[in-house]
Ligand binder design. Structure first.
Ligand code: AMP
Ligand code: MN
Ligand code: MN
Length: 328
């Protein structure tokens, strides 16, 4: 009898003992919530777990149930039966969590990025899923793995953040059915939403003010961008996590098709974040040209060069795509 992918993963989860559960650098709600949810389900099965992320737990997500389980990877590598990468489009986006796994008999890759090349021994990549957490929920249900309120809150926070509060196009009836089932475990939607969306530090707004000063529109208002220098970031004392979601202010403007956020990094690279309102302009394809990846409507890359150089090169590519739209 051939096993389905979930049956294959379910069997590994039940049979093996020691698990590393990893997520991508500069984590978001989906990476952290998926990591904690799967870790808690395995913990309830009596497994030995490590939950590692290069950046550790972010302050703003530290309200997630059992957030303390998620730590930065240790400097001394450890051995595992199984290592699981969640929400991580390419393996090197595990950052320092990757070398912290000295050995693992089995690598599992669970993700929803269409650019995921399918690294690992057991691969489950579903690019139609709006969040990795939705796949984790389906895995838990289909394999009858433990699901409790703590797990549900982590999954709900992950799905809510990766769907832009149930707004992005991949949000389906099934997504709402999953949310309903999670809510029925007794979680308080109002409380969670407040913790997720009405709990920002004031400096995040100060950062937005500075970003808006650099705001630029091109292609008759169809391309919008802004940028952050290291100097401004230092002056404001912002943390990397503060800028998650600020790009949405650009995308939300009438007429904007593509929004781009440029952030100068300390390693001589620029972090590029891109959003599109239409699959006709596939920002994943654009970011892949610069060594990055992601989804058709939300993608990113890290590009070597100064802020000005990278802005020019990347915006040229975006503007060409948007211009071709009008002609074609
Ligand atoms: P962000 O703009 O950082 O929120 O990222 C948008 C999407 O693109 C996320 O799903 C990321 O996982 C993906 N992404 C961002 N940066 C990169 C990168 N350097 N390489 C591959 N995928 C990326
Ligand atoms: Mn993510
Ligand atoms: Mn995700």
């Amino acid at each position: 009898m051939t096993l389905s992918k979930f049956q294959e993963i379910g069997r590994i989860l039940r049979e093996q003992r020691r698990f590393a559960i990893l997520g991508h650098v500069r984590p978001d709600g989906d990476a952290l919530g998926s990591q904690l949810a799967l870790a808690l389900s395995l913990e309830a099965l009596g497994k030995e777990i490590r939950v590692w992320n290069e950046d550790g737990m972010l302050d703003k997500y530290s309200f997630l149930p059992r957030a303390g389980l998620l730590t930065k990877p240790p400097s001394n590598a450890e051995d595992f039966d199984v290592a699981i990468a969640l929400d991580t489009a390419i393996q090197n986006r595990l950052g320092t969590a990757l070398p912290a796994v000295r050995s693992a008999k089995i690598w599992i890759n669970i993700d929803h990025h269409m650019s995921n090349p399918g690294y690992g021994d057991v691969v489950y990549v579903d690019s139609s899923a709006p969040a990795t957490a939705e796949i984790i929920f389906r895995l838990i249900k289909s394999e009858n793995l433990p699901l409790n309120r703590d797990i549900a809150e982590n999954l709900y926070a992950a799905i809510s953040t990766d769907t832009g509060s149930f707004q992005y196009p991949k949000t389906s009836a099934h997504t709402f059915e999953i949310a309903a089932e999670l809510i029925r475990t007794g979680l308080d939607v109002g409380r969670l939403s407040q913790l997720l969306y009405e709990n920002y530090p004031r400096r995040r707004l100060e950062l937005l003010r500075e970003l808006l000063r650099t705001m630029r529109f091109q292609q008759s208002g169809r391309v919008a961008s802004f940028g952050l220098t290291l100097e401004t970031a230092a002056e404001l004392g912002v943390l990397p996590e503060d800028n998650e979601g600020l790009i949405d202010h650009l995308r939300a403007v009438h007429g904007v098709i593509v929004a781009v956020f440029f952030e100068e990094l300390s390693d001589g690279k620029v972090r590029v974040s891109m959003r599109s309102k239409t699959e006709v302009v596939d920002v994943c394809a654009i970011c892949q040209k610069f060594g990055g990846g992601g989804h058709a409507l939300a993608a990113g890359a890290r590009v070597r060069g100064t802020l000005a150089e990278v802005e020019e090169r990347v915006l040229k590519e975006v503007c060409d795509k948007v211009q071709a739209l009008a002609v074609g």
